[in-house]
Design a protein around this ligand. Sequence first.
Ligand SMILES: C[S@@+](CC[C@H](N)C(=O)[O-])C[C@H]1O[C@@H](n2cnc3c(N)ncnc32)[C@H](O)[C@@H]1O
Length: 265
Amino acid sequence: MITGDGSPTLLHPTHGEPCHDTRGAWAEANQLHVFGCDLPRRLLRGERVRLLEVGAAPGWNIAATIAYAVGLPGELEVTAVERSAEALEAGAMLSANSSWHGGAPNGSAAALERAHVGLAMAAEAPGSDWVKLSARGRLRLYQGEAKDLLRELDESERFDAVFLDSFSPGVEPEVWEPGFLYELGMRIAPGGRLTTYTISHPVRAAFMASGLTVGWPGPRSGRRGGTWACRGGWVPPLAGRLQARLERHRDRLCSSGLGRRLRVN
Ligand SMILES: C[S@@+](CC[C@H](N)C(=O)[O-])C[C@H]1O[C@@H](n2cnc3c(N)ncnc32)[C@H](O)[C@@H]1O
């Protein structure tokens, strides 16, 4: 289907949920994720950015990231986890057959193609080998369950940016479990950020339990905005009463054992 900003998205063949905000898939990729993780500024400053995307197909968020990364001095390392081979294939087919050339300043059509070529090459690469995305960009794809990736990563591995972009808990609950969210939050490096479309209280409380500061980007395209979270640094703060409520929720999670670093099961 075509979303409100003219960019296409896919509907899940079984549960029917769209992969992106139907008011603007490309806008969501940019506003919520790329800018939410402060990527253009970090790449412009020449930083090395380690990005993890949970639920990577059909690849719009990676494409939006590439659209900024190409031409900026920073280094981009994308670790993508995706469990559906069909979704990876469908994403590549969609961009190959779409007449959409995007409205982003840095060539979104070219970035989409680059993202899909990168994902396809990474899908062929043995293990979790890196493939080249651009002169200063590389990607590795973990095809499987996100929780298994967290188990397999080196204990010391951290990310500067995390896009959490699975379907909603009602249809694909695994990545919304508190234990997983806590472990994911713990993977964020000092100064790093996480973005997701949900404003769910349990999700935000689990991030707070992992030591992140949770903030709200404000309404977006008629949606309720989503969540930005950071380890150090600044995100637009939550309203005081909501913050207090989430802190109580976080404390309950911690006293239930989450704060003692449960491994995802
Ligand atoms: C909403 S789509 C992601 C859109 C994508 N981020 C983009 O930028 O185009 C959700 C994706 O998450 C994947 N997914 C859901 N749960 C997962 C899990 N537990 N582990 C790995 N991938 C998962 C689904 O297969 C689906 O392709």
